[in-house]
Design a protein around this ligand. Structure first.
Ligand code: HEC
Ligand code: HEC
Length: 257
């Protein structure tokens, strides 16, 4: 009991010291963020800022620079990336990124569609390619499968389920629509290469195939979740093993009778 009486104040003291340390570090982190995020407002006498410009200064300039010229170690220049890249990264929620250095992944965007349009227009005004066209309904499925197998399946798997590669998670393409495909192929997000050699009809073919693999007909029978040949093989072994045991047992029972 006496030991407990000594222990309680000691524990309380330790807890309050660590709380104080936490608060102090949070405060310095907050100060760092405030210092790096620009608080400049448009100079008096200049034309009023567009909605896109305002959103950019608030949400993007800490990494991409006040005039989108890039910040070393935080984010690349957006001059010349065009509406193409801006639309892809914003619509798929890849931007704004939480921390520089992490892989941008598909997430629900914090922006409304109108805000996204405004931001895309702002980045587009800095130069670069427009939002690409894509017509999956004109695409050829067989050709798309061939092109996808040659160019994309190495990372995304034949059925688009994605996987892991050194330094990156390759996304499942289940959420990707035709425009995402056309933009991704041209932009080459993160470690994905861009495929400038593909022409419009080939992009339409690939977009048609990606649309198709969202709901593949399982021609070969049971798809087992489309998770690839190794688990499929394991399921086959498991079923075969059970069947074998059953047969052995049947035979065994006959001979002992
Ligand atoms: C070297 C590996 C690699 C190859 C080859 C590749 N990709 Fe990708 N792909 C990725 C990675 C990694 C990402 C995620 C990028 C990111 O995090 O921003 C990605 C993202 C995508 C996305 C966005 C998915 C989403 O949910 O937002 C689409 C669409 C896509 N790829 C299509 C393709 C197509 C079509 C091809 C072939 C023409 C292809 N990829 C070839 C690695 C690859
Ligand atoms: C925490 C830092 C950070 C913030 C905030 C951020 N970005 Fe980025 N952004 C990056 C990094 C890092 C990359 C490079 C990622 C890659 O290679 O895929 C990038 C890439 C991009 C690209 C693709 C550039 C290219 O070369 O194709 C666009 C477009 C973009 N960001 C737009 C925006 C917009 C618009 C916002 C604000 C809504 C924003 N970003 C907020 C760090 C950030």
């Amino acid at each position: 009991m006496r030991r407990l009486r000594v222990l309680i104040p000691v524990v309380l003291l330790a807890a309050s010291i660590s709380l104080m340390a936490l608060e102090a570090s949070a405060e310095t982190a907050g100060k760092g963020a405030a210092a790096s995020s620009p608080s400049k407002l448009s100079a008096p006498g200049r034309a009023p800022e567009s909605a896109g410009r305002r959103l950019f200064v608030q949400g993007c300039s800490s990494c991409h620079g006040y005039d989108a010229e890039g910040v070393k170690g935080a984010g690349p220049s957006l001059v010349g990336v065009g509406e193409e890249a801006a639309d892809f990264y914003l619509r798929t929620g890849r931007m704004p990124l939480d921390r520089p250095g992490e892989e941008p992944i598909r997430t629900p965007s914090p922006y409304t569609p109108a805000q996204i349009r405004a931001l895309v227009a702002y980045v587009g005004d800095l130069g670069g390619p427009p939002i690409p066209e894509v017509n999956p309904e004109d695409g050829d499925l067989a050709e798309g499968q061939k092109l996808f197998t040659e160019n994309c399946a190495g990372c995304h798997q034949v059925v688009g389920r994605g996987g892991i590669m050194p330094g990156a998670v390759v996304p499942d393409l289940a959420a990707a629509n035709a425009l995402d495909v056309a933009e991704a192929v041209k932009v080459g997000p993160y470690v994905m290469p861009s495929f400038d050699q593909l022409d419009q009809s080939e992009i339409d073919d690939i977009a048609a195939y990606v649309g198709y693999i969202h709901h593949p007909e399982d021609k070969g029978g049971w798809g087992i979740g489309h998770i690839g040949p190794i688990p499929e093989g394991m399921v086959a072994w498991l079923l075969a093993g059970v069947a074998l045991l059953f047969t052995i047992r049947l035979i065994g029972e006959r001979t002992t009778r």
